[in-house]
Design a protein around this ligand. Structure first.
Ligand code: NAP
Length: 481
């Protein structure tokens, strides 16, 4: 099936598919082969300005559209996505690399954000109360913040889009979306689906570009964009926060992670091994929630490591489109070279390689599932997102020591705890400096739950009951009465 061939390749502005200025295009490559999949319009700063103008022009009418109508558009889009699962999954596998089975999982996860926010659109409420001195009535309205700029990464090309578009549509905000240049096809397919579901022109505008900095900075300075919702690295998040300060654009930031897994001596090892495999290998380790540091109690560390190594060594590596493949290619050559250098550095700091650890020859950006034990606290990967299929295991003796090690990072997105003790589970969950905890599970992502981090992993939450809040502004009306 030539799925890439069927997807629109142009910019989507004011409800129309358009070429970029001077007909510029960018190349989208298949990381399994290194070959070009498609060429997509490459927006210039002037194209992005037109997209912001379209979003600004559509804002009043969209804000006035009944919540039920907005919700039903999302519901229809949810149904179309589910009906096209195979097509969308294959598209994602081709442009991003993840195995088809995982891509199907992402389609379901992505669609669910639309279903969730279709239900939230009609539950936007406000408040009415009497001031304590009895002299005033306080009316609180919740209104859309206005045109939003959404910036998404390549690792979950569909879900990172729906997680932002869903609440923005539900709240009555218009949008300019800049997808990652490696994976624009999934976003363009999504825009076409939303148009088919009845989203009016100008509400969602999509501008893939090879010049992210050149396109985004003027938009944030321009005064039309009222909110930035960004998912990506902490490093880029800091730059964008500084740019938003200039015009006091409100922000939601879903940034990087450095997740710790804590396996205590009272853990069910079957559950801990299964959970760690999931936390480590979902998306080939290219996830902000990926298990980056695995701390295991000394008494069970040997058995745990050999069981994880056996599971990792048994995984099939290859193009995600092939049946039976568990581990697809990494996103690009720079990505796999970074993983390789982190592994070499850990070994130079004394780590032992139980399986994997060798960079294969091309073609394709593959890296083998790798298990390291005895990883030193000084190894670079302890303070760097590995973003690859490498399990880095370190031993600990006490709960206090494990917690201190887990919290010894500037990030705080998620932590995973494996224990059968209820007291320990609650104690450790409370003391982990993270926005999310996986308790005897390696998967926390759920559209009905508030996803997000503390410390330098971000600001705000996406999904759940509060996921719409970042797209709404409170207005208070004082009523003497
Ligand atoms: P990235 O390099 O920060 O890029 C993210 C997005 O920002 C891309 O669209 C990128 O476009 C754009 N960008 C980069 N520099 C920019 C600038 N100066 N101005 C405006 N936009 C800019 O991250 P990535 O490598 O795509 O994604 C991986 C990162 O995302 C990891 O750190 C991961 O942990 C994080 N992530 C977090 C979550 C979460 O929910 N917390 C979820 C998924 C991923 P270009 O590529 O063209 O520069």
């Amino acid at each position: 099936m030539n799925v890439a061939g069927h997807v629109p390749k142009q910019l989507f502005i004011a409800g129309a598919w358009q070429d970029a200025e001077a007909g510029r295009t960018l190349s989208v490559d298949d990381p399994a082969t290194g070959k070009e999949l498609a060429r997509v319009a490459d927006a210039s700063p002037a194209d992005a300005e037109r997209a912001a103008d379209a979003a600004a022009a559509a804002q009043p009418g969209w804000a006035a559209t009944p919540p039920r109508v907005r919700g039903e558009i999302l519901r229809r889009a949810y149904e179309i996505i589910v009906a096209r699962t195979e097509e969308l999954a294959l598209l994602m596998t081709l442009e991003m690399g993840k195995p088809l089975e995982q891509a199907r999982g992402e389609v379901a996860y992505a669609a669910e954000f639309f279903r969730w926010f279709s239900e939230e659109a009609v539950r936007i409420d406000g408040g009415f109360s009497t001031a304590p001195d009895g002299g005033n009535r306080i009316l609180v309205l919740r209104q859309p913040v206005g045109p939003c700029l959404l910036i998404t990464p390549w690792n979950f090309p569909l879900a990172m889009g729906t997680r932002k578009i869903g609440p923005a549509v539900a709240a009555g905000c218009t949008m300019v979306l800049k997808p990652a240049p490696q994976t624009p096809l999934s976003t363009l397919a999504l825009a076409a689906i939303l148009a088919e579901a009845g989203l009016p022109g100008g509400v969602l505008n999509v501008v893939p570009t090879s010049d992210a900095a050149g396109v985004v900075e003027p938009l944030l300075r321009g005064g039309q964009i009222r909110k930035l919702s960004f998912t990506g690295s902490t490093q880029v998040g800091r730059i964008l926060l500084a740019q938003c300060a200039g015009t006091v654009v409100r922000t939601s930031m879903e940034l990087g992670g450095n997740a710790a897994v804590l396996v205590f001596d009272d853990a069910d090892l079957d559950v801990a091994v299964e959970g760690t495999m999931l936390a480590k290998m979902r998306n080939m380790g290219e996830a902000c929630t990926a298990a980056n540091r695995i701390f295991v109690h000394r008494s069970v560390a040997g058995e745990f490591a050999s069981r994880v190594a056996a599971r990792m060594a048994a995984l099939t590596v290859g193009p995600g489109t092939e049946p039976g493949v568990d581990v697809g290619p990494l996103i690009d050559d720079a990505g796999r070279r970074k993983v390789d250098s982190l592994v070499r550095d850990a070994v130079a700091h004394g780590a032992e390689v139980l399986t994997g650890g060798e960079l294969p020859a091309g073609p394709g950006c593959f890296y083998p599932p790798t298990v390291l034990t005895g990883v030193s606290g000084d190894a670079a990967l302890m303070q760097t997102e590995i973003f690859g299929p490498v399990a880095a295991i370190t031993e600990f003796d006490t709960e206090e020591e494990a917690l201190a090690a887990a919290n010894d990072t500037e990030w705080g997105l998620v932590g995973y705890v494996f224990t059968r003790s209820l007291d320990r589970a609650l104690r450790v969950s409370e003391r982990l400096e993270t926005g999310m905890v996986g308790l005897n599970t390696g998967l926390v992502s759920n559209p009905a739950a508030p996803f997000g981090g503390v410390k330098q992993s971000g600001l705000g939450r996406e999904g759940g009951r509060t996921g719409i809040d970042g797209f709404l502004e409170e207005k208070y009306v004082a009523i003497p009465f």
